[in-house]
Design a binder for this molecule. Structure first.
Ligand SMILES: [Zn+2]
Ligand SMILES: [Zn+2]
Length: 336
């Protein structure tokens, strides 16, 4: 099969690669669309894995083959899959927290990813799509599932005032989820004017630069601050600003991947006195993934406005470059 292999730096080449082996509990999926994620760029920056590797963990496709134990799908089914094939045995898996699985069987973003004609996952992670969801929209199920997970950890209530840092894919989807959860107002912090416009179009009540947000939120909340801040950038400055901005008793959710060795400055006495909660949010559970399948069905057209489609595996290199330049929000590679 053909795969787009990352060889370090920005070097991605389409090459012949062995078709993945299908174990008795596995599903082989012919990938139709695969999204490029900010975390793929971080992997290419050397944050977690070494080349050569096939990246790509946001995808939708069609079942090509399955192992003898698999009953959740049949050949020809249109599917999405959580990119983390959990072990199904550990205490986290058994309590529905597959994102924290201690010994996953396979993690697509670690090198056997979806920027290829075929990818293989454990059947536990597979979700068959309703007929009404197109495969290009379905490739967004994974990032939507992250926003579902963030929102559940954020404790957003009807009437909450929420500030989201960053109008990239995760920030914009967290904005939509916060609205869905009943937030009375959602403000998006984003320096780039065109991304501010995208946030407003997707339902943000306010969009502001990092320098403007405090005055804006103070005015809107009578000086109290937001109930919830969601950091969707992975920027240390945004983490620190979110902690300062949250109201007494408020919560800060860290949903962005910051450089592995970067540190932020927090004053424990301030967290103590103001009862600020800090919550990490990593990937998503399988149940959040299932919720995301339902949501992409409802949100289809709005999600399409975030997407730029690139034709063929050979276009991955260009898609990555445009994403680094912040010229596109969510590139989708049409594999075939
Ligand atoms: Zn992703
Ligand atoms: Zn596990």
């Amino acid at each position: 099969m053909k795969a787009a292999v990352w060889h370090g730096g920005e070097d991605i080449r389409v090459e012949e690669a062995p078709e993945p082996r299908v174990g008795p509990d596995d599903v082989l999926i012919r990938v139709e669309y695969a999204g490029v994620c900010g975390s793929d760029l971080h992997l290419m920056d050397g944050w977690l894995i070494q080349p050569p590797a096939v990246l790509g963990h946001e995808f939708a496709g069609v079942v090509e083959a399955k192992g003898e134990n698999v009953t959740v799908c049949i050949k020809g089914d249109r599917v999405v899959a959580h990119p983390l094939s959990s072990c199904g045995q550990c205490a986290y898996c058994r309590s529905g927290r597959q994102n924290l699985c201690r010994k996953p069987a396979r993690v697509l973003s670690h090198g056997e990813g979806a920027f290829a004609e075929y990818t293989v996952v454990n059947a536990r992670s597979v979700f068959v799509l309703p007929d009404s969801v197109g495969l290009s929209t379905a490739a967004l199920v994974e990032p939507v599932s992250i926003a579902v997970h963030v929102t559940s950890l954020a404790g957003i209530q009807p009437g909450s005032f929420v500030v989201v840092f960053g109008a990239g894919t995760i920030g914009l989807l967290c904005l939509k989820m916060a609205k869905q959860a009943g937030a009375r107002s959602v403000a998006v912090v984003e320096p780039c004017a065109s991304r501010q416009d995208t946030a407003l179009r997707l339902g943000a009540d306010f969009a502001a630069s990092p320098g403007e947000i405090k005055d804006l939120v103070d005015t809107a909340t009578g000086g109290l601050g937001p109930d919830v801040c969601i950091e969707g950038v992975g920027a240390i400055a945004a983490v620190e600003q979110a902690i300062q901005l949250a109201r007494p008793g408020g919560r800060v959710v860290i949903a962005g991947w910051s450089p592995p060795h970067a540190t932020a400055t927090v004053k424990p006495a301030y967290l103590f006195r103001q009862e600020i909660g800090i919550q990490g949010s990593f990937w998503s559970s399988y149940s959040a993934f299932g919720t995301a399948v339902d949501l992409v069905q409802a949100w289809g057209l709005e999600l399409a406005s975030m997407v730029t489609v690139f034709e063929g595996l050979g276009s991955l290199r260009e898609a990555v470059a445009l994403m680094r330049g912040r010229e596109v929000i969510k590139p989708l590679i049409k594999i075939v």
